[in-house]
Design a protein around this ligand. Structure first.
Ligand SMILES: *[C@@H]1O[C@H](CO)[C@@H](O)[C@H](O)[C@H]1NC(C)=O
Ligand SMILES: *[C@@H]1O[C@H](CO)[C@@H](O)[C@H](O)[C@H]1NC(C)=O
Length: 189
C-alpha cells in the first residue's frame, strides 16, 4: 500500500511538472497520445450513454474514476469507485492494448473496447467506450477532470462530442455532486 501511494505521489509530482510548463495554453490533442502524460489522478465529471439505465443509480457503468496508470507493458491501469447499496467500493482494472492504435480492451459486464478521444493532459480527458454483452452494444462517453470540476467550456465540448456519437443531451449525467460519497476514500484526497 505504501509503495502504491509513493507511486501515485511521484505520478502527481510528474504531472505538476508537465502542467506547470503549459500553464495557460492547454491545447487539447485528439491523436498520438502520450499515455504517461494522462497518468495520474482524475475525477469523473460527466458520464453519458445511449443506454441511460447503465449509468443511472445501480447501473454497472456508473463508475467514478480515481486514477489512470500507464503501465510499463503499455497496458493501462484504472482505479474506479462504484456505489453498491449506498456504499462506495473500489474496483481496479488492467486494460490491454489492442491491435488498433490507441484502442484498449477490458472484460467487465461483457467485453469493452475504449479509446481516448481528446485530452489536454492538464485539465480534462474524454474517453469513448463500447460495451458488448450478449449481442447488445452500449456506448459510453466519459469526461474526467484533474480537479473535481471543469470549465463550462469543456462541458459544452463534451455535449457536442456526445451528440456526434448519437448520445442525446438527456442521457448525460453530472457526477460532480453524486460522487461526493466516494471522494473521501481517495488515496491522495
Ligand atoms: C501488463 O502488466 C499488468 C500488470 O503487471 C498485467 O496485469 C497485464 O496482464 C500485462 N498486460 C500484458 C498484455 O501483458
Ligand atoms: C439501487 O439499489 C438499492 C439497494 O438494492 C435500492 O434500494 C435502490 O432502490 C436502487 N435504486 C434504483 C434507482 O433502482
Amino acid at each position: 500500500l505504501f509503495l502504491t501511494k509513493m507511486k501515485l505521489l511521484l505520478l502527481s509530482l510528474g504531472l505538476t511538472l508537465i502542467c506547470a510548463h503549459t500553464e495557460g495554453t492547454h491545447d487539447a490533442v485528439t491523436s498520438n497520445f502520450d499515455p504517461s502524460k494522462y497518468s495520474g489522478e482524475w475525477y469523473s465529471i460527466l458520464l453519458a450513454s445511449d443506454h441511460k439505465e447503465k449509468i443511472e443509480e445501480n447501473g454497472s457503468m456508473r463508475v467514478f474514476v480515481e486514477y489512470i496508470h500507464a503501465l510499463k507493458n503499455s497496458s493501462l491501469g484504472f482505479k474506479f469507485h462504484i456505489i453498491i447499496n449506498g456504499v462506495c467500493a473500489a474496483i481496479e482494472f488492467v486494460c490491454d492494448k489492442t491491435e488498433e492504435d490507441g484502442v484498449y480492451s477490458v472484460e467487465y459486464d461483457g467485453h469493452n473496447t475504449f479509446k481516448v478521444l481528446e485530452t489536454d493532459y492538464c485539465n480534462h480527458i474524454i474517453l469513448y467506450l463500447i460495451n458488448e454483452n450478449h449481442g447488445n452494444t452500449v456506448q459510453l462517453m466519459q469526461l474526467y477532470g484533474r480537479a473535481p470540476d471543469v470549465s463550462s467550456e469543456v462541458k459544452h465540448k463534451f455535449v457536442n462530442v456526445c451528440e456526434k456519437y448519437g448520445i442525446v443531451k438527456e442521457n448525460i449525467l453530472d457526477l460532480t455532486t453524486v460522487g461526493n460519497l466516494c471522494l473521501s476514500g481517495r488515496a491522495l484526497a
